[in-house]
Design a protein around this ligand. Structure first.
Ligand code: ARG
Length: 290
């Protein structure tokens, strides 16, 4: 009986959690106050607050047309909290809260944990000493029911096994070798038709071989260095629309041929901190409105 009630409660909590699809955090306290990736070098104190606000609002407006949005309250003194992709990894009502490698971002952990808890997500246990920066380094590939996990800079190479155990989805670890592409979502983007958009030079040889072993050539959308540096892979896909900071004509054509509509939403202020569209969002369930 008790067990039955518990199951019903959990179902209700999950349904509530499933209502919102994308988590964002307003850039009230955004800025570059310290340096934890190469993009932040020489950018301390150089962000334009009102331009950042406009760019973020523009992305929010676009997304609100096709997804449910939820917001976590920004906290002063935590300038990177706007990058909710790093709050954790959420799948099927279960959240793994990030364990930041970057000590400057550790105070965000408790705030994100509290948000997930209050929204009714089940919070999975995670070891203290294994760094994991959430959906910045763990990208679900729904077409294959696998999670691509980046490591090498921020998240531990132990994270993929733990994620696999928690969610019962297969994981494939990818080693990141270029410090400019320090999170997997800066250089890799699985799309719902099984296409993978990525920048090959950000990965070591074994990882490139792993990608090729999973995705046939026609599903591999390799982007140029220019597109990679414009954070084209840091894209948010919702219902066939792909929101991204910048996109060359060649990449637009390639994405359109795969059936997607690229929509450019400039996010130059956030690039100063090393983030763009995907970093500013966290997928909470399946993406689109049902
Ligand atoms: N300044 C932030 C950091 O270095 C940017 C995070 C970008 N987020 C992402 N998912 N790639 O942690």
């Amino acid at each position: 009986m008790n067990l039955h009630i518990k199951t019903l409660e959990n179902d209700a909590r999950r349904r509530r959690a499933a209502h919102a699809s994308i988590l964002m955090c307003a850039p009230h306290h955004f800025g570059v106050d310290y340096i934890i990736n190469p993009w932040m070098e020489n950018q301390i104190g150089r962000t334009d607050v009102s331009r950042a606000r406009d760019q973020w609002d523009n992305l929010r407006r676009h997304l609100s047309g096709c997804a449910n949005l939820a917001f976590v309250t920004a906290e002063s003194g935590l300038p990177d909290m706007v990058f909710t992709a790093n709050a954790g990894l959420v799948l099927d009502g279960v959240a793994v809260v990030s364990r930041f490698h970057a000590k400057e971002r550790r105070p965000e952990e408790g705030l994100f944990r509290q948000w997930f808890d209050r929204q009714g997500f089940e919070i999975a246990a995670w070891p203290e000493d294994v760094a994991f920066e959430g959906a910045g380094d763990a990208l679900p590939d729904r077409a294959r029911r696998l999670i691509w996990c980046g490591h090498g800079w921020r998240s531990s190479d132990l994270a993929p096994r733990l994620i696999e155990t928690i969610f019962d989805w297969r994981t494939v670890g990818l080693k990141l070798v270029d410090p400019r592409f320090y999170h997997l979502d800066t250089c890799f983007c699985p799309l719902p038709d099984g296409s993978l958009m990525y920048y090959p030079a950000a990965f070591d040889e074994a990882s490139l071989a792993a990608i090729r072993a999973v995705a046939p050539a026609e599903k591999r959308i390799e982007v140029s260095e220019t597109d990679a540096l414009g954070f084209a892979c840091n894209a948010v896909e919702v219902s066939g629309r792909i929101f991204l900071n910048a996109c060359s004509d060649a990449l637009k054509t390639r994405l359109a041929a795969a059936g997607f509509a690229p929509i450019v939403t400039p996010l130059s202020e956030f690039l100063k901190a090393g983030g763009a569209a995907k970093c500013l969002t966290l997928e909470l369930n399946g993406g689109a409105l049902s």
